[in-house]
Design a binder for this molecule. Structure first.
Ligand code: ADP
Length: 287
C-alpha cells in the first residue's frame, strides 16, 4: 500500500482532495484533505449495522476485527455508538487514558487492533452524551481524520442501532467503497427494523456484504435439546427476500454475555465453542 499521509506529497492528480472546491473555505479544505489522506491508507471499511439494539452488533464487530487480525491483517476498530459505546467494556479498555502526538490521537491497542471509542474520552461512564446531528457528524469526522490509524487493511466500524445520524455520517465520510454487514436476531420485531438497514445501505450505495442471524437457537448444555428462543431462520428469509448474501447463524451462548462484561472477547475465551466457530465462519465469509 502506498503511503498517502500527506495530500501534498501524493501524485494522484485525479483525487478530489487535490483541489479546493469553490464553495469551500481553507479550513474546510484542510479538514477534507486530512480525512482523505487518512482514508487513503485504509484498504477496506466495513460498517456493522442493525435496525435494532442489543442484537449483537458490537459482539460481531469485535469478532470480525479479531478474526481478521488473527490472519495477519492490520485492523482498526471504531465505535461510533456515541450514546452507548460498548467497546471500552467489551475489550476491558475503559480505564486507559487517551493522548495525542504530532501525528494525531493515538488509538488504544487490543490484541494488535487499533481501537477508538468516545467511551475512552468520558471520565464518568454513567454520564450521558448529549449531542445533536451536526455535533455527531463532527465527532465521527474527527475519529476518522484525527486518529492516527496508520496503514490498515480493514477498519471495522461499530454503529449504533438504526439508520440515523451516526451511520449516515459514517457512510458519507467513508465514501465510495465502504461496505456493510447487517446483524439481526430471528424474531419479527427485530427483522422489521433490520430490513430498514438493508434499504439504508442500498440508498447510500454501501456495498452490502450480507446479513448475520445472531441469537439463533440455544443448545441446552445439560440435555442437548435446541430451543429457538427468538425463533430461527428469520435472518435467512430476510436475506432471500432482499436478495442479499446470508452470512450465517450464531447460536445463543450464555458465556458470551460473561465474556462481553468481563472485557475478554468470547472468540478468544471459548474458541472451540459452536458460537465462536460460527462467528469466525461469518468473519471468513466477510473477508
Ligand atoms: P448491540 O451492539 O447490537 O447492542 P451487543 O453486541 O452489545 O449488541 O450484544 C448485546 C448483549 O447480548 C451483550 O451482553 C452480548 O454479550 C450478548 N450477546 C450477543 N450475542 C450473543 C449470543 N449469540 N449469545 C449470547 N449472548 C449474546
Amino acid at each position: 500500500m502506498t503511503d498517502h499521509s500527506d495530500c501534498n506529497s501524493c501524485n494522484d492528480s485525479s483525487c478530489s482532495a487535490k483541489s479546493q472546491n469553490p464553495q469551500e473555505n481553507d479550513e474546510a479544505f484542510q479538514a477534507r484533505q486530512r480525512l482523505e489522506s487518512r482514508l487513503c491508507n485504509i484498504d477496506q471499511k466495513i460498517l456493522v449495522m442493525s435496525g435494532k439494539g442489543g442484537v449483537g452488533k458490537s459482539t460481531m464487530a469485535v469478532s470480525l476485527a479479531l478474526a481478521l487480525s488473527k490472519e495477519g491483517k492490520q485492523v482498526g476498530l471504531l465505535d461510533i455508538d456515541l450514546h452507548g459505546p460498548s467497546l471500552p467494556t467489551m475489550l476491558g479498555l475503559n480505564k486507559q487514558p487517551i493522548f495525542s502526538n504530532d501525528e494525531g490521537i493515538v488509538p488504544l491497542e487490543f490484541e494488535g487492533i487499533k481501537v477508538m471509542s468516545i467511551g475512552f474520552m468520558i471520565q464518568d461512564v454513567g454520564q450521558a452524551m448529549i449531542m445533536r446531528g451536526p455535533m455527531k457528524h463532527g465527532a465521527i469526522q474527527q475519529f476518522l481524520a484525527d486518529v492516527n490509524w496508520g496503514e490498515l487493511d480493514c477498519l471495522v466500524v461499530d454503529c449504533p442501532p438504526g439508520t440515523g445520524d451516526e451511520p449516515l455520517s459514517a457512510a458519507q465520510l467513508l465514501g465510495k467503497g465502504a461496505a456493510a454487514v447487517v446483524v439481526t436476531t430471528p424474531q419479527d420485531v427485530a427483522l422489521v427494523d433490520v430490513e430498514k438497514s438493508i434499504s439504508f445501505c442500498s440508498e447510500l450505495n454501501l456495498n452490502m456484504l450480507g446479513v448475520v442471524e445472531n441469537m439463533s437457537g440455544f443448545c441446552c448444555p445439560h440435555c442437548g435439546e435446541v430451543s429457538n428462543i427468538f425463533k430461527s431462520g428469520g435472518g435467512e428469509e430476510l436475506s432471500a427476500k432482499r436478495k442479499v448474501p446470508f452470512l450465517g447463524k450464531i447460536p445463543l451462548d450464555p458465556r458470551m454475555v460473561l465474556s462481553g462484561d468481563s472485557g475478554k472477547p468470547f472468540i478468544l475465551e471459548h474458541p472451540e465453542s459452536e458460537a465462536a466457530q460460527a462467528l469466525t465462519n461469518v468473519a471468513r465469509k466477510i473477508r
